[in-house]
Design a protein around this ligand. Sequence first.
Ligand code: NDP
Ligand code: 2IT
Length: 445
Amino acid sequence: MAELQAKNPDQPEFLQAVQEVVNSLAVVLKKRPEYRRAKVLERMVVPERVIMFRVPWVDGKGETQVNQGYRVEFSSSLGPYKGGLRFHPSVNLSILKFLGFEQIFKNSLTTLPIGGGKGGSDFDPKGKSNQEVMTFCKSFMSELFRHIGHNTDIPAGDIGVGGREIGYLFGQYKRIANQFTGVLTGKGFNWGGSHIRPEATGFGTAYFAAAMLETQGQTFEGKTCLVSGAGNVAQYITEKIIELGGKVVTLSDSSGFIHDPDGVDRQKLNWIMDLKNVRRGRIEEYTESFKGSSFTGTDPTLRYNPMWDIQADCAFPCATQNEINDKDAKHLIKNGIKIVAEGANMPSSSEAVDLFLEHHILYGPGKAANAGGVAVSALEMAQNSARFHWPREEVDRRLQQIMRQIHETCSQAAESYGTPGNYVNGANIAGFSKVADAMIDQGVV
Ligand code: NDP
Ligand code: 2IT
């Protein structure tokens, strides 16, 4: 870690993600000295390749703009690089390296043949017209296309990249490469997408949480749930929680959160989906349509988020990294939270994770709990290769099976290394071991 820190002093998120994995691995490295001899971990923390490029484009006012584009091709030990693209003004190399690093273990846990990668840009789609987003996507793909391919690197969505952006990116890829291949996942159903891919991350996190609850003889029935975010993951976890009998009382965006003590029902959720996916509005507008609900704006002077201090049974952070800090974790614990399952990637700070583990909260880390999205992406790749579509029920059945399998694998790994119920150790150890074995089999690469 000291060496990695000295080499990457300006990458706090990346160092945080690596530290968390390293903490879990001491026991494994002791049991398996061949991993140490082959310098498996030392190699794994260095991306196989990082691509950085200029993305010039002309906005709606005729002004020239320039953004930074990235693709971090982290590990191809288990398959072609696979992971999303994030378009958000905060995007930098530290954030994409942390996401790419986590993706290696997450993808390993899915049991499907995919390596790890991540990419994106500091472009902010918020407030941009469709025309501007399309212009940007076409410029971004005009460089990225030479580095990706359906057997090389298969990007998908993440924050700021949904069905609209994947469509524009795919159109440009197809035009330049003159190939209609499954080079991106999250495609529209009519042109090669898979059923359930839009729903997969949120549904998968709910399935994982249901499996966690089951270990305590519990279900979602009657549980009050806090969900953060109001994007892809937050919307579909809300849909599944409603279906499983739970009550979602919060949702948020970067401007603040809404609290609806009556719960977000199917009709209210449809309204939110229209607000966010069609009108592209702010969550604050919810309170104008649904009385009894309230909005609390984000207060940058507060050292905590009051949303995490609302009484509830379950918490599902589905917005962004480090959105739950130590203070938030203390509030959740004080209010008797039973389970925290992460739809987002690394939404809990390392101090928050330590507190959850110390207090024996059922805590499902993102790399296990939110793996359903990339798992169905891999199923989309399989369907593309077969030039075939599976029915909706078939994809959902496979997703449920994969999430149960990940839960089982994490539980067993945690137990066999002496920390039963610790899903952090379970996910890191099980995810790592598969990649490490593949690296040893493939020699020094
Ligand atoms: P979306 O862009 O659809 O939604 C993101 C949501 O989070 C928005 O409500 C957004 O609010 C909020 N948000 C984003 N950044 C911040 C920030 N810095 N501060 C406060 N709020 C923020 O993204 P997704 O739903 O796809 O992704 C959410 C999380 O889930 C991310 O951590 C992502 O990495 C993870 N994830 C996504 C998967 C997928 O398949 N899409 C798969 C696995 C994990 P606003 O609009 O105001 O910015
Ligand atoms: O973080 C993630 O797993 C994703 N954004 C989904 C990646 C994918 O390739 O579907």
